[in-house]
Design a protein around this ligand. Sequence first.
Ligand SMILES: Cc1ncc(COP(=O)(O)O)c(C=O)c1O
Length: 387
Amino acid sequence: MTVPRIDPFHAMTISALAHELAGEGRSIIHMEFGQPSTGAPRAAIERAQHVLATDPMGYWESQALKARIARHYHDSYGVTLAPDQVILTCGASPALVLAVTVSFVPGARVAMARPGYVAYRNVLRALHMEPVEIACGEAERFQISAQAIAALDPAPDGLILASPANPTGTILSAGEMQAIIAVCRARGIRIISDEIYHGLSYGEPAHSVLEYDPQALVVNSFSKYFSMAPWRLGWLVVPPEKVEAARARMGNLFLTPAALSQHAALVAFDCKAELDGHLATYRRNRDLLLKALPEMGLTHIAPPDGAFYIYADIRHLTDDSIGFCTQLLRDTGVTTAPGVDFDPVDGRHFIRFSFAVSTDLIEEAIRRMVPWFRAQAEKARNAPHTA
Ligand SMILES: Cc1ncc(COP(=O)(O)O)c(C=O)c1O
Protein backbone atom coordinates (compact mmCIF):
# COMPACT_ATOMS: atom_id res chain seq x y z
CA MET A 1 0.00 0.00 0.00
CA THR A 2 1.45 3.40 -0.96
CA VAL A 3 0.87 6.74 0.75
CA PRO A 4 -2.01 8.35 -1.16
CA ARG A 5 -1.50 11.64 -2.97
CA ILE A 6 -3.67 14.49 -1.73
CA ASP A 7 -4.35 17.57 -3.87
CA PRO A 8 -3.61 21.01 -2.40
CA PHE A 9 -6.36 23.57 -1.85
CA HIS A 10 -5.69 25.98 -4.74
CA ALA A 11 -7.71 28.82 -3.17
CA MET A 12 -5.02 28.95 -0.47
CA THR A 13 -2.36 29.72 -3.06
CA ILE A 14 -4.54 32.47 -4.51
CA SER A 15 -5.23 33.76 -1.01
CA ALA A 16 -1.48 33.86 -0.28
CA LEU A 17 -0.99 36.00 -3.40
CA ALA A 18 -3.83 38.27 -2.22
CA HIS A 19 -2.05 38.80 1.10
CA GLU A 20 1.22 39.51 -0.74
CA LEU A 21 -0.55 42.13 -2.89
CA ALA A 22 -2.18 43.63 0.22
CA GLY A 23 1.34 43.91 1.70
CA GLU A 24 2.27 46.01 -1.35
CA GLY A 25 -0.59 48.35 -0.54
CA ARG A 26 -3.23 46.94 -2.93
CA SER A 27 -6.90 47.01 -1.91
CA ILE A 28 -8.04 43.38 -1.66
CA ILE A 29 -11.56 41.95 -1.26
CA HIS A 30 -11.53 38.41 0.09
CA MET A 31 -14.21 36.26 -1.53
CA GLU A 32 -12.11 33.08 -1.76
CA PHE A 33 -12.93 31.37 1.54
CA GLY A 34 -16.28 30.50 3.07
CA GLN A 35 -15.74 32.20 6.36
CA PRO A 36 -17.85 34.84 8.04
CA SER A 37 -15.88 38.04 8.68
CA THR A 38 -18.12 38.94 11.63
CA GLY A 39 -16.42 37.13 14.53
CA ALA A 40 -18.10 35.25 17.38
CA PRO A 41 -21.31 36.67 18.88
CA ARG A 42 -20.68 39.41 21.45
CA ALA A 43 -22.11 37.47 24.42
CA ALA A 44 -19.97 34.43 23.53
CA ILE A 45 -16.84 36.59 23.58
CA GLU A 46 -17.83 38.10 26.95
CA ARG A 47 -18.31 34.61 28.35
CA ALA A 48 -14.88 33.54 27.02
CA GLN A 49 -13.24 36.60 28.58
CA HIS A 50 -14.82 35.80 31.94
CA VAL A 51 -13.71 32.14 31.76
CA LEU A 52 -10.17 33.16 30.80
CA ALA A 53 -9.97 35.41 33.84
CA THR A 54 -11.43 32.94 36.34
CA ASP A 55 -10.85 29.34 35.23
CA PRO A 56 -7.48 27.63 34.54
CA MET A 57 -9.37 25.07 32.35
CA GLY A 58 -8.15 21.64 31.24
CA TYR A 59 -9.08 18.77 28.94
CA TRP A 60 -12.84 18.90 29.07
CA GLU A 61 -16.07 17.93 27.37
CA SER A 62 -19.01 20.15 28.19
CA GLN A 63 -21.99 17.98 29.07
CA ALA A 64 -24.11 21.13 29.01
CA LEU A 65 -23.09 21.84 25.41
CA LYS A 66 -23.87 18.28 24.34
CA ALA A 67 -27.29 18.56 25.95
CA ARG A 68 -27.83 21.97 24.29
CA ILE A 69 -26.97 20.53 20.86
CA ALA A 70 -29.35 17.59 21.47
CA ARG A 71 -32.09 20.12 22.38
CA HIS A 72 -31.35 22.00 19.14
CA TYR A 73 -32.20 18.83 17.15
CA HIS A 74 -35.47 18.56 19.02
CA ASP A 75 -36.38 22.23 18.56
CA SER A 76 -35.27 22.62 14.95
CA TYR A 77 -36.00 19.21 13.41
CA GLY A 78 -38.27 17.34 15.85
CA VAL A 79 -35.50 14.73 16.32
CA THR A 80 -34.85 13.18 19.75
CA LEU A 81 -31.20 12.47 20.57
CA ALA A 82 -29.44 11.38 23.76
CA PRO A 83 -26.72 13.97 24.54
CA ASP A 84 -24.15 11.14 24.38
CA GLN A 85 -24.88 10.70 20.68
CA VAL A 86 -23.25 14.10 20.21
CA ILE A 87 -19.44 13.90 19.97
CA LEU A 88 -17.80 17.31 20.37
CA THR A 89 -14.96 17.85 17.89
CA CYS A 90 -12.46 20.51 16.84
CA GLY A 91 -14.67 21.60 13.90
CA ALA A 92 -16.49 19.76 11.13
CA SER A 93 -13.15 18.66 9.65
CA PRO A 94 -12.27 16.17 12.45
CA ALA A 95 -15.97 15.25 12.67
CA LEU A 96 -15.76 14.12 9.05
CA VAL A 97 -12.66 12.02 9.80
CA LEU A 98 -14.45 10.40 12.76
CA ALA A 99 -17.59 9.78 10.73
CA VAL A 100 -15.65 8.08 7.96
CA THR A 101 -13.49 5.96 10.28
CA VAL A 102 -16.42 4.65 12.33
CA SER A 103 -18.41 3.84 9.18
CA PHE A 104 -16.01 2.39 6.64
CA VAL A 105 -12.89 0.24 6.24
CA PRO A 106 -9.92 0.88 3.91
CA GLY A 107 -10.94 0.14 0.34
CA ALA A 108 -14.54 1.29 0.92
CA ARG A 109 -16.20 3.18 -1.93
CA VAL A 110 -18.02 6.34 -0.87
CA ALA A 111 -20.14 8.41 -3.25
CA MET A 112 -20.57 12.18 -3.33
CA ALA A 113 -21.59 14.95 -5.69
CA ARG A 114 -19.04 16.50 -8.02
CA PRO A 115 -18.65 19.48 -7.55
CA GLY A 116 -18.28 19.10 -3.82
CA TYR A 117 -16.26 20.18 -0.82
CA VAL A 118 -12.59 19.40 -1.47
CA ALA A 119 -12.01 17.52 1.82
CA TYR A 120 -14.57 14.78 1.07
CA ARG A 121 -12.50 13.12 -1.61
CA ASN A 122 -9.18 13.95 0.04
CA VAL A 123 -10.13 12.64 3.51
CA LEU A 124 -11.33 9.41 1.91
CA ARG A 125 -8.11 9.09 -0.08
CA ALA A 126 -5.93 9.83 2.96
CA LEU A 127 -7.74 6.98 4.75
CA HIS A 128 -7.20 4.58 1.82
CA MET A 129 -10.82 4.71 0.72
CA GLU A 130 -12.17 5.45 -2.73
CA PRO A 131 -14.26 8.50 -3.58
CA VAL A 132 -16.97 7.76 -6.16
CA GLU A 133 -17.81 11.13 -7.66
CA ILE A 134 -21.20 11.64 -9.28
CA ALA A 135 -21.15 14.44 -11.87
CA CYS A 136 -23.96 16.88 -11.03
CA GLY A 137 -24.49 19.76 -13.45
CA GLU A 138 -26.47 22.98 -13.56
CA ALA A 139 -29.57 21.03 -14.71
CA GLU A 140 -29.51 19.06 -11.43
CA ARG A 141 -28.71 22.24 -9.49
CA PHE A 142 -25.39 20.50 -8.76
CA GLN A 143 -27.12 18.11 -6.33
CA ILE A 144 -27.09 14.37 -6.14
CA SER A 145 -30.35 12.50 -6.91
CA ALA A 146 -31.90 9.21 -5.82
CA GLN A 147 -31.83 8.15 -9.46
CA ALA A 148 -28.07 8.73 -9.74
CA ILE A 149 -27.42 6.66 -6.61
CA ALA A 150 -29.71 3.87 -7.80
CA ALA A 151 -27.74 3.78 -11.07
CA LEU A 152 -24.34 3.23 -9.40
CA ASP A 153 -23.09 -0.26 -10.16
CA PRO A 154 -21.81 -1.70 -7.92
CA ALA A 155 -23.53 0.06 -5.01
CA PRO A 156 -21.06 2.15 -3.00
CA ASP A 157 -20.56 1.47 0.73
CA GLY A 158 -21.40 5.02 1.66
CA LEU A 159 -22.71 8.39 0.55
CA ILE A 160 -21.75 11.89 1.69
CA LEU A 161 -24.63 14.35 1.38
CA ALA A 162 -24.26 18.13 1.67
CA SER A 163 -27.33 20.36 1.83
CA PRO A 164 -26.82 23.32 1.61
CA ALA A 165 -23.80 22.34 -0.45
CA ASN A 166 -20.40 23.85 -0.93
CA PRO A 167 -19.55 25.24 -3.57
CA THR A 168 -23.10 25.82 -4.83
CA GLY A 169 -25.36 26.58 -1.85
CA THR A 170 -28.12 24.37 -3.26
CA ILE A 171 -30.45 22.46 -0.93
CA LEU A 172 -32.04 19.02 -1.33
CA SER A 173 -35.85 19.10 -1.04
CA ALA A 174 -37.43 16.93 1.67
CA GLY A 175 -38.85 14.69 -1.07
CA GLU A 176 -35.50 14.14 -2.80
CA MET A 177 -33.77 13.54 0.53
CA GLN A 178 -36.36 10.90 1.45
CA ALA A 179 -35.99 9.27 -1.98
CA ILE A 180 -32.18 9.18 -1.56
CA ILE A 181 -32.54 7.62 1.90
CA ALA A 182 -34.93 4.97 0.53
CA VAL A 183 -32.43 3.98 -2.20
CA CYS A 184 -29.57 3.91 0.32
CA ARG A 185 -31.58 1.77 2.72
CA ALA A 186 -32.49 -0.69 -0.04
CA ARG A 187 -28.87 -0.92 -1.24
CA GLY A 188 -27.16 -0.95 2.20
CA ILE A 189 -25.44 2.42 1.72
CA ARG A 190 -24.48 4.28 4.95
CA ILE A 191 -25.15 8.05 4.85
CA ILE A 192 -22.93 10.78 6.27
CA SER A 193 -24.63 14.18 6.04
CA ASP A 194 -22.56 17.37 6.24
CA GLU A 195 -25.00 19.93 7.69
CA ILE A 196 -22.45 22.67 8.37
CA TYR A 197 -24.47 25.30 6.46
CA HIS A 198 -27.71 24.70 8.36
CA GLY A 199 -29.14 27.95 9.68
CA LEU A 200 -28.06 29.73 6.49
CA SER A 201 -31.08 29.35 4.16
CA TYR A 202 -32.80 31.97 2.00
CA GLY A 203 -36.10 30.13 1.57
CA GLU A 204 -37.26 26.95 3.25
CA PRO A 205 -34.85 25.79 5.97
CA ALA A 206 -32.77 22.73 5.10
CA HIS A 207 -33.91 19.37 6.47
CA SER A 208 -31.62 17.24 8.60
CA VAL A 209 -31.11 13.72 7.33
CA LEU A 210 -31.85 12.59 10.90
CA GLU A 211 -35.53 13.49 10.36
CA TYR A 212 -35.76 10.48 8.05
CA ASP A 213 -32.77 8.25 8.83
CA PRO A 214 -31.76 7.69 12.48
CA GLN A 215 -28.83 5.53 11.30
CA ALA A 216 -27.15 8.40 9.46
CA LEU A 217 -24.14 10.28 10.85
CA VAL A 218 -24.31 14.06 10.88
CA VAL A 219 -21.35 16.45 10.74
CA ASN A 220 -21.82 20.04 11.91
CA SER A 221 -19.85 22.94 13.33
CA PHE A 222 -19.80 26.41 14.86
CA SER A 223 -17.79 27.73 11.88
CA LYS A 224 -20.58 29.04 9.65
CA TYR A 225 -23.98 30.10 11.11
CA PHE A 226 -22.37 30.75 14.50
CA SER A 227 -19.52 32.72 12.88
CA MET A 228 -16.87 30.97 15.02
CA ALA A 229 -14.54 29.27 12.49
CA PRO A 230 -11.28 30.12 14.33
CA TRP A 231 -12.66 28.72 17.60
CA ARG A 232 -12.36 25.27 15.99
CA LEU A 233 -15.43 23.60 17.43
CA GLY A 234 -17.93 21.26 15.84
CA TRP A 235 -19.80 18.06 16.45
CA LEU A 236 -20.71 14.66 15.07
CA VAL A 237 -24.03 12.93 15.73
CA VAL A 238 -23.84 9.13 15.66
CA PRO A 239 -26.46 6.41 16.17
CA PRO A 240 -26.34 4.86 19.71
CA GLU A 241 -24.42 1.75 18.61
CA LYS A 242 -21.57 3.90 17.22
CA VAL A 243 -21.13 6.15 20.30
CA GLU A 244 -18.38 4.09 21.89
CA ALA A 245 -16.37 3.71 18.66
CA ALA A 246 -16.67 7.42 17.88
CA ARG A 247 -15.67 8.48 21.41
CA ALA A 248 -12.64 6.18 21.33
CA ARG A 249 -11.48 7.66 18.03
CA MET A 250 -12.08 11.24 19.16
CA GLY A 251 -10.05 10.65 22.35
CA ASN A 252 -7.16 8.98 20.56
CA LEU A 253 -6.96 11.14 17.45
CA PHE A 254 -7.85 14.57 18.82
CA LEU A 255 -8.42 14.33 22.63
CA THR A 256 -10.91 17.14 23.29
CA PRO A 257 -11.84 20.41 21.64
CA ALA A 258 -10.68 23.64 23.32
CA ALA A 259 -12.44 24.20 26.65
CA LEU A 260 -12.66 27.96 26.01
CA SER A 261 -14.52 27.39 22.73
CA GLN A 262 -17.01 25.07 24.42
CA HIS A 263 -17.84 27.70 27.04
CA ALA A 264 -18.34 30.34 24.35
CA ALA A 265 -20.38 28.05 22.08
CA LEU A 266 -22.94 27.29 24.78
CA VAL A 267 -23.70 31.01 24.96
CA ALA A 268 -23.68 31.35 21.16
CA PHE A 269 -26.83 29.21 21.01
CA ASP A 270 -28.65 32.11 22.69
CA CYS A 271 -27.40 34.77 20.25
CA LYS A 272 -29.99 34.14 17.53
CA ALA A 273 -30.86 37.80 16.90
CA GLU A 274 -27.23 38.76 16.25
CA LEU A 275 -26.56 35.68 14.12
CA ASP A 276 -29.74 36.12 12.09
CA GLY A 277 -28.47 39.67 11.43
CA HIS A 278 -25.48 38.12 9.63
CA LEU A 279 -27.89 36.00 7.60
CA ALA A 280 -29.75 39.19 6.57
CA THR A 281 -26.41 40.60 5.31
CA TYR A 282 -25.72 37.42 3.31
CA ARG A 283 -29.20 37.62 1.83
CA ARG A 284 -28.57 41.21 0.65
CA ASN A 285 -25.17 40.18 -0.75
CA ARG A 286 -26.73 37.22 -2.55
CA ASP A 287 -29.38 39.44 -4.14
CA LEU A 288 -26.79 42.01 -5.25
CA LEU A 289 -24.60 39.34 -6.83
CA LEU A 290 -27.51 37.57 -8.54
CA LYS A 291 -28.44 40.91 -10.09
CA ALA A 292 -24.83 41.69 -11.11
CA LEU A 293 -23.85 38.30 -12.55
CA PRO A 294 -25.82 38.69 -15.82
CA GLU A 295 -24.16 42.12 -16.27
CA MET A 296 -20.86 40.24 -15.95
CA GLY A 297 -22.05 37.78 -18.62
CA LEU A 298 -22.36 34.96 -16.06
CA THR A 299 -25.74 33.37 -16.70
CA HIS A 300 -25.02 29.70 -16.00
CA ILE A 301 -25.46 29.38 -12.25
CA ALA A 302 -27.89 27.75 -9.83
CA PRO A 303 -29.15 30.48 -7.47
CA PRO A 304 -28.06 29.38 -3.98
CA ASP A 305 -30.79 28.30 -1.54
CA GLY A 306 -28.38 28.57 1.37
CA ALA A 307 -24.73 28.91 2.51
CA PHE A 308 -22.90 31.93 1.05
CA TYR A 309 -21.59 30.80 -2.31
CA ILE A 310 -22.32 31.18 -5.99
CA TYR A 311 -20.70 28.72 -8.39
CA ALA A 312 -20.58 30.16 -11.89
CA ASP A 313 -19.75 28.66 -15.27
CA ILE A 314 -16.99 30.65 -17.00
CA ARG A 315 -16.29 28.27 -19.89
CA HIS A 316 -16.98 31.03 -22.45
CA LEU A 317 -14.02 32.91 -20.95
CA THR A 318 -11.45 30.25 -20.01
CA ASP A 319 -10.65 26.61 -19.46
CA ASP A 320 -8.10 27.46 -16.76
CA SER A 321 -9.96 28.59 -13.63
CA ILE A 322 -6.73 28.92 -11.59
CA GLY A 323 -5.16 31.27 -14.13
CA PHE A 324 -8.47 33.13 -14.44
CA CYS A 325 -8.86 33.68 -10.67
CA THR A 326 -5.21 34.77 -10.45
CA GLN A 327 -5.67 37.34 -13.22
CA LEU A 328 -8.94 38.57 -11.69
CA LEU A 329 -7.09 39.09 -8.41
CA ARG A 330 -4.12 40.86 -10.02
CA ASP A 331 -6.31 43.18 -12.09
CA THR A 332 -9.11 43.98 -9.60
CA GLY A 333 -8.03 42.86 -6.12
CA VAL A 334 -11.07 40.54 -5.88
CA THR A 335 -10.03 37.10 -4.59
CA THR A 336 -12.13 34.06 -5.59
CA ALA A 337 -11.79 30.27 -5.56
CA PRO A 338 -11.14 28.28 -8.76
CA GLY A 339 -13.59 25.49 -9.58
CA VAL A 340 -10.79 22.89 -9.69
CA ASP A 341 -10.85 22.84 -5.87
CA PHE A 342 -14.36 21.39 -6.00
CA ASP A 343 -14.33 19.46 -9.23
CA PRO A 344 -11.13 17.92 -10.62
CA VAL A 345 -12.81 17.17 -13.97
CA ASP A 346 -14.97 20.17 -14.98
CA GLY A 347 -13.80 22.69 -12.38
CA ARG A 348 -11.45 24.39 -14.83
CA HIS A 349 -14.64 25.94 -16.26
CA PHE A 350 -15.99 27.30 -12.96
CA ILE A 351 -15.36 29.95 -10.32
CA ARG A 352 -16.77 30.22 -6.78
CA PHE A 353 -17.71 33.53 -5.21
CA SER A 354 -18.09 33.56 -1.42
CA PHE A 355 -20.34 36.40 -0.26
CA ALA A 356 -19.75 36.11 3.50
CA VAL A 357 -18.28 39.63 3.63
CA SER A 358 -19.91 43.00 4.32
CA THR A 359 -22.40 44.42 1.82
CA ASP A 360 -20.11 47.43 1.23
CA LEU A 361 -17.38 45.06 0.09
CA ILE A 362 -19.77 43.14 -2.17
CA GLU A 363 -20.85 46.42 -3.78
CA GLU A 364 -17.22 47.40 -4.31
CA ALA A 365 -16.35 43.94 -5.70
CA ILE A 366 -19.21 44.21 -8.18
CA ARG A 367 -18.05 47.71 -9.24
CA ARG A 368 -14.61 46.28 -10.00
CA MET A 369 -15.71 42.99 -11.56
CA VAL A 370 -18.41 44.15 -14.04
CA PRO A 371 -16.04 46.06 -16.37
CA TRP A 372 -13.34 43.40 -15.95
CA PHE A 373 -15.65 40.53 -16.93
CA ARG A 374 -16.98 42.55 -19.87
CA ALA A 375 -13.42 43.13 -21.06
CA GLN A 376 -12.66 39.39 -20.76
CA ALA A 377 -15.75 38.57 -22.85
CA GLU A 378 -14.63 41.09 -25.48
CA LYS A 379 -11.17 39.51 -25.51
CA ALA A 380 -12.63 36.01 -25.84
CA ARG A 381 -14.85 37.15 -28.76
CA ASN A 382 -11.86 38.62 -30.60
CA ALA A 383 -9.49 35.73 -29.89
CA PRO A 384 -8.55 33.71 -32.99
CA HIS A 385 -10.28 30.32 -33.08
CA THR A 386 -7.75 27.56 -32.70
CA ALA A 387 -10.04 24.60 -33.41
C1 LIG B 1 -18.95 21.74 3.40
C2 LIG B 1 -17.93 21.95 4.47
N1 LIG B 1 -17.73 20.98 5.37
C3 LIG B 1 -16.80 21.12 6.34
C4 LIG B 1 -16.01 22.25 6.43
C5 LIG B 1 -14.98 22.34 7.53
O1 LIG B 1 -15.40 23.22 8.50
P1 LIG B 1 -14.75 23.41 9.94
O2 LIG B 1 -14.24 24.82 9.98
O3 LIG B 1 -15.88 23.25 10.93
O4 LIG B 1 -13.70 22.39 10.13
C6 LIG B 1 -16.19 23.28 5.50
C7 LIG B 1 -15.37 24.50 5.57
O5 LIG B 1 -15.44 25.38 4.76
C8 LIG B 1 -17.18 23.12 4.49
O6 LIG B 1 -17.40 24.06 3.56
